[in-house]
Design a protein around this ligand. Structure first.
Ligand code: ARG
Length: 584
């Protein structure tokens, strides 16, 4: 494994060295960025000239004099009031890319120097309930962030904080006691059967609960039995959890997502620690008693009538809720799992909850300055009409139906394009295209924005879609297959066409982009990078004949660019959790 210094980093270093040589007393940033005029532009000299009261153009000239060009820089020109336009050599581009190509799947991308431990809380549906589009977003975004973090060398631990506790279980369990046999054994059902069986029990239990006061009373007593750890009650509760997991796993499998059983650690897992959490908060004065409940107040969090809105750690009846479970989870994640970062991929509508939970944990000393905590709150999923996502009848859309429909649409696209595929191959590809489309549509939108779930747009071959990227990948594979005798080989001595340079420099910036997108928890930046990569490849392909290039060396060099583009696309898509089939 050999990390590669990018051209940008190299140019940056040389400019910084020259700046230091010209102005030994001052530390300055050359403010380097990619530019259309030359390869790069450096704008930092203006600010430095101002600071040192120098003439900017003169300072620029002095810096240029001190730059070591070597094989890296072809041209440096002072322009305007004191900008530098910088062009790198064709040789430097191809040599740097050759080093990337020699580095296997890592493509020369370095590992983080000081990796930490990130506990990432994502894909957290609720027991005995249907998963909805919000849960889909959390799963897709969380899985992509995890892939990206892992690739940078960070250690990640997943936590699926499923909703597996609460008073509704009193009603469900009591119903099952009175109607044994209504819930099919978990090991005898598939995902869909599990969910419909749970739905049936839920509806039936609810109906009795609403109509029968005596049942309501028995259900209430059942909650107490559950909370006090009564074994029979717990066993029945476990049946609901197991049945739900059969369903969850079937959805995750459809989503082509790996979920580990030991990382499904739901709300209930923290029950034993909650009294201690409450005691510590009360003893330290972080939480106070108010009307019998144990609560935490915040100066800046107020509701209607300017009344403070507290976080409720323990209700007046002694019960613990959602907040107590999250607070206890923080203690576990920091103290036992040694997390240095806590990341929560949860609907933005819970951001106030997390703000209060984090602040409480900081006051209690469970979160120190060394540990970051962040709720990556995502927006609402809207229908194509811009309204919250519902069926025509106004019901919430079943996640499975949605995914099935995406795959079906994708099958139409694949079937239209495929000439020689068998039906099995079409179905396999349709799954990769359809699920990829759903994931990509989500990931390419900035997460805190609402996004429109529009299947027509998602599986379109044009525009910023995963299908477009998958086609770019498959087209490259087809060229590589057709190349027959010729192999992808880098030839640094060749002169490059503008489209080759643009593609090459973009390929070279993969690692930097990834580091930035990962540090900002911004998968949409990786998606945008990949889309631009595919677009630059398309221009290259339009302008530069590959197999019919003029010399055998040029054929090899262009095949080399094709191959590295494909590998970068593949790796980037894989980090986002999206497959790139070799043929489409
Ligand atoms: N189960 C919750 C819901 O469906 C999301 C859980 C988020 N994670 C957490 N640690 N609170 O809304």
């Amino acid at each position: 494994m050999a990390p590669v210094t990018s051209i940008t980093a190299n140019v940056h270093q040389r400019l910084t060295d020259a700046l230091t040589a010209a102005l030994p007393e001052t530390v300055g940033d050359p403010l380097l960025r990619r530019s259309d005029r030359a390869d790069f532009q450096a704008n930092g000299i203006l600010a430095l000239a101002k600071k040192t009261k120098a003439n900017p153009r003169e300072l620029a000239a002095q810096v240029v004099e001190r730059i070591t060009s070597g094989d890296l820089l072809k041209e440096i020109e002072v322009s305007g009031p004191g900008f530098l336009n910088i062009t790198v050599t064709d040789r430097a581009i191809i040599e740097t890319l050759a080093a990337r190509a020699a580095d296997g799947d890592r493509l020369g991308v370095p590992l983080k120097e000081k990796p930490g431990v990130t506990v990432i809380d994502y894909a957290q549906p609720n027991v005995a309930k249907e998963m909805h589009v919000g849960h889909l977003r959390s799963a897709v975004i969380g899985d992509a962030l995890r892939g990206m973090l892992d690739f940078t060398g960070e250690r990640t631990i997943g936590r699926h904080h499923i909703g597996d506790w609460g008073t509704q279980f009193g009603m469900l369990i009591q119903y099952l006691i009175e109607h044994p046999g209504e819930l099919a054994p978990a090991d005898e059902v598939d995902g869909e059967q599990a969910m419909s069986s749970l739905n049936r029990v839920y509806k039936a239990a609810r109906a009795v609960f609403d109509a029968d006061e005596e049942f309501k009373e028995r259900a209430r007593k059942r909650v107490v039995a559950l909370q006090s750890g009564d074994q029979e009650t717990l066993d029945l509760w476990q049946r609901f959890v197991d049945e739900s997991k059969v369903y969850f796993y079937s959805v995750f499998e459809k989503l082509d997502m790996e979920i580990r059983d030991d990382e499904i650690v739901g709300e209930s897992a923290y029950n034993d620690g909650m009294p201690e959490t409450a005691r510590l908060l009360e003893e330290s004065g972080v939480a106070v008693r108010s009307e019998g409940a144990l609560v935490v107040f915040f100066d800046d969090i107020k509701g209607k009538d300017d009344q403070p809105v507290p976080l409720i750690v323990q209700k007046a009846d002694g019960g613990f809720g959602y907040a107590a479970s999250d607070l206890t989870a923080i203690r576990n994640r920091v103290q036992d799992l040694n997390a240095t970062s806590l990341l929560y991929v949860v609907d933005v509508r819970q951001s106030l909850h997390f703000k209060m939970v984090f602040e409480t944990a900081r006051r209690a000393g469970w979160l120190s300055d060394e540990v970051t905590a962040h709720n990556m709150g995502y927006g609402t999923v809207l229908g194509a009409d811009g309204k919250p996502f519902k069926t025509r009848e106004g019901e919430t859309v079943r996640l499975q139906d949605l995914l099935d429909e995406a795959v079906q649409r994708a099958a139409e696209v694949v079937r239209e394009k495929a000439r020689d595929l068998t039906e099995d191959e079409i179905q396999e590809r349709a799954a990769q295209v359809g699920i990829g489309a759903v994931k990509y549509a989500d990931l390419s939108t900035s997460p805190n924005r609402d996004y429109k779930f529009d299947l027509d747009q998602m599986v379109s071959l044009n525009g910023n879609t995963s299908v477009y990227l998958q086609y770019a990948y498959a087209r490259i594979q087809s060229i590589l297959r057709k190349a027959e005798g010729a192999s992808p080989i880098a030839h640094p001595e060749l002169e490059l066409a503008p489209a080759e340079r643009a593609l090459g420099l973009h390929l070279d910036s993969f690692g930097e982009l990834l580091a930035e997108a990962t540090a900002e928890y911004a998968p949409h930046k990786l998606a945008a990078y990949l889309y631009q990569l595919a677009s630059l490849y398309t221009s290259f392909y339009d302008q530069c004949p590959v197999l019919k290039a003029q010399t055998p060396q040029q054929v090899e060099n262009r095949l080399f660019l094709c191959d590295l583009t494909a590998r970068t696309l593949h790796q980037g898509m894989a980090l986002l959790g999206i497959r790139t089939p070799a043929r489409l």
